[in-house]
Design a protein around this ligand. Structure first.
Ligand code: ADP
Length: 272
C-alpha cells in the first residue's frame, strides 16, 4: 500500500525494496577511476609486498596509481616506499604522501606522531579510519588505486567491501596457505559481497637458484591451478622467493625492484 514502485523515491518498506547502498562518496576533489582490493587469508604471505609491486608496475606503464593502506594495525606500505614524513592536511582534506616516482599513498603510519607507535584502537575506530581514507583524503587523479586490506574476513575487510566502490579483488596466497581453508573464506566473503575476483597471485612460489638457475619449490608443489578453477578465477602471477624483495622493502626502495613476474597481472588490469 502506497508503494510507488520507484525504490529511490519511495518511503514504504516493502519486501521487494532494494537494499540501501552503504558505498561512501569520495572527497569531492578526488578523482579515482579503478579501485582494486588486495586480500589474503592470513598475514605474512606478502599481501602488502604484492600491493606495492602492483602499484609500481602500473605506474611504470604510465598510469597514475595510489595505495590506500587499510591494514591499519600492520601498516607496512610507507616503509617499503621510504616514506617517513607525516602527511599534511588542510580544511579541504588530508593530502596523500607522494613517492619518488609519483605514487599517492595514505596509511595510518603517515599520521602517527611516531611511526613505531602501535595502533591500539577498537574495531569501530579502525573501520572509521579506513572510511576516512576514502572520504577525507584528496586523491588527485588516480587511474588505479590498490587497497591493501587487512588479512582475513574481519570487521575492516567488511567495511572496505561495503563502503568502497571496489572494481574487483586480487587474492595473494602462498603455497602453504593454499592448502588451508582460510583463503577460501576470504574468497567466499568477496563472492557474498558481489565483488569480482580478478585473479590469484601465488607469492613465494619457488626459489630460483642464482648458481644453476633451477627452480626449487621450497614449500612443496602447490595446487594453485586447481584452486583458481575452484574459485572461478585464474592465476595472474607466480612470484619467487627473492631475498632482494625483503631488502628493497627494508630500505624503502621497492620502486627500484624490477621483475617481469607481474606482466600478466598488469595486462589483466589494463583490460579492466
Ligand atoms: P602481509 O602483507 O601478507 O602480512 P608482507 O608483504 O608484509 O606480508 O610480507 C611479509 C614479509 O615477507 C616481508 O618482510 C616481505 O619483505 C617478505 N616477502 C614477501 N614476499 C616475499 C618474496 N616473494 N620473497 C622474499 N620475501 C618476501
Amino acid at each position: 500500500m502506497g508503494c510507488t514502485h520507484d525504490c529511490d523515491n519511495c518511503s514504504v518498506a516493502c519486501s521487494s525494496k532494494k537494499p540501501e547502498s552503504l558505498k561512501l562518496e569520495p572527497n569531492e576533489l578526488s578523482n579515482v577511476k579503478k579501485v582494486i582490493g588486495v586480500i589474503s587469508g592470513k598475514g605474512g604471505v606478502g599481501k602488502s609486498t604484492i600491493t606495492s609491486m602492483l602499484a609500481v608496475a602500473m605506474n611504470r606503464e604510465g598510469f597514475k596509481t595510489a595505495v590506500l593502506d587499510a591494514d591499519i594495525t600492520g601498516p607496512s606500505i610507507p616503509k617499503a616506499f621510504g616514506l617517513h614524513e607525516r602527511a599534511k592536511g588542510s580544511e579541504i582534506g588530508i593530502f596523500p604522501s607522494i613517492t619518488s616516482t609519483g605514487i599517492e599513498i595514505m596509511s595510518v603510519n603517515l599520521l602517527l606522531e611516531n611511526e613505531t607507535d602501535p595502533v591500539v584502537w577498537r574495531g569501530p575506530v579502525i573501520s572509521g579510519t579506513v572510511k576516512q581514507f576514502w572520504t577525507d583524503v584528496v586523491w588527485n587523479d588516480v587511474d588505479y588505486m590498490f587497497v591493501d586490506m587487512p588479512p582475513g574476513t574481519g570487521d575492516v575487510a567488511l567495511t572496505v567491501f561495503q563502503s568502497l566502490p571496489l572494481d574487483g579483488i586480487i587474492i595473494v596466497t602462498s603455497p602453504q596457505e593454499l592448502v588451508s581453508m582460510i583463503v577460501e573464506k576470504a574468497v567466499k566473503m568477496a563472492e557474498m559481497m558481489n565483488i569480482p575476483i580478478l585473479g590469484i597471485v601465488e607469492n613465494m612460489s619457488y626459489f630460483k637458484c642464482p648458481e644453476c638457475g633451477k627452480e626449487h619449490k621450497i614449500f612443496g608443489e602447490s595446487n594453485i591451478g586447481q584452486a583458481a578453477e575452484k574459485f572461478g578465477t585464474k592465476v595472474i602471477a607466480r612470484m619467487p622467493i627473492d631475498p632482494e624483495f625483503a631488502k628493497c622493502e627494508d630500505d624503502g626502495s621497492i620502486e627500484q625492484y624490477v621483475s617481469d613476474c607481474l606482466d600478466d597481472a598488469v595486462d589483466m588490469l589494463k583490460g579492466l
